[in-house]
Design a protein around this ligand. Structure first.
Ligand SMILES: CSC[C@H]1O[C@H](OP(=O)(O)O)[C@H](O)[C@@H]1O
Ligand SMILES: Nc1ncnc2[nH]cnc12
Length: 261
């Protein structure tokens, strides 16, 4: 297939569209259909694809998202760099709702999700640094230009769809977690297995159960906090896209070098 886009944004909870005057592409993959048709438009001179990971009507809960089909479809249309906004819970009191975190590490606490494309042969990608250094730097710089402070930190990804118990949440904080969500994995490793640059942009929507004393996390508060901050996130995303390199040469792009694929 000829290249339709080289950058993609995978939207999460509360971010179901991004691009204006976009063309729609219905795609299929060896792993089934992606969550929705992919929309493509030009942003700051860059051909950009958008895909809502839960579907635009949020019909896929985090444990049922077709992660492999989503990443495969994007790679198939030429994408080499992925921006992955998501809603997260803060695991530290200073990371409250409205805070932007650009994760630099990941702890996988999911279970039962397929997290590879390669069921035969010796394909073992390097995942020491799950996120793209260039993408992270671009997000941090552009956010600062928008007057938004960003934080580094480790993202813990839980299986869901339930939120964590207070004990689990306190344990994640003690393990070094900064934020917690339900979709950051296997998305990150599947991107790496296709040699894509992958950058997560985490918007804190709540303080997780172990941090806040009273009621624990509710879905309504997540959606409300996300809605209150969507425009800030949207404007950062649209400015990060043209700030990404046209010819990325990060280690992520070489993740499959020497592998039998
Ligand atoms: C809507 S509450 C929990 C839900 O929100 C986050 O979604 P996303 O990561 O796609 O922004 C979280 O991971 C859960 O899927
Ligand atoms: N506290 C939380 N735990 C897991 N996923 C989330 N997404 C948003 N807030 C979350």
């Amino acid at each position: 297939m000829t290249s339709l886009a080289d950058v993609a944004v995978i939207g999460g909870s509360g971010l179901y569209s991004l691009l204006e005057d976009a063309e729609e592409h219905v795609l299929d993959t060896p792993f089934g259909a992606p969550s929705d048709p992919v929309t493509v438009a030009t942003v700051g001179g860059r051909r950009t694809a958008f895909l809502p990971r839960h579907g635009k009507d949020h019909r896929f809960p985090p444990h049922r998202i077709p992660y492999r089909a989503n990443l495969w479809a994007l790679r198939e249309i030429g994408v080499r760099q992925v921006l992955a906004p998501c809603a997260v819970g803060g695991l530290r009191p200073e990371l409250g709702p409205g805070t932007f975190v650009v994760p630099d590490q990941l702890i996988d606490r999911t279970s039962g999700r397929i997290q590879t494309f390669y069921d035969t042969g010796a394909v073992h990608v390097n995942f020491a640094d799950p996120y793209c250094a260039t993408g992270r730097a671009a997000v941090t710089k552009v956010a600062a230009e928008h007057g938004i402070e960003t934080h580094d930190g480790t993202m813990v990804v839980v299986e869901g769809p339930r939120f964590s118990s207070r004990a689990e949440s306190r344990w994640f904080t003690a393990m070094g977690g900064a934020v917690v969500n339900m979709t950051g994995h296997p998305e990150a490793v599947l991107a790496r297995e296709l040699a894509l640059c992958y950058t997560s942009i985490a918007l804190v929507t709540d303080l997780d159960a172990g941090v806040e004393g009273d009621h624990g996390v509710t879905m309504d508060e997540v959606f409300a906090a996300f809605a209150a901050n969507t425009e800030r996130l949207r404007s950062v995303l649209l400015d990060v896209i043209p700030a990404l390199p046209e010819h990325p040469d990060d280690p992520c792009q070489h993740a499959l070098d020497g592998m039998p694929v």
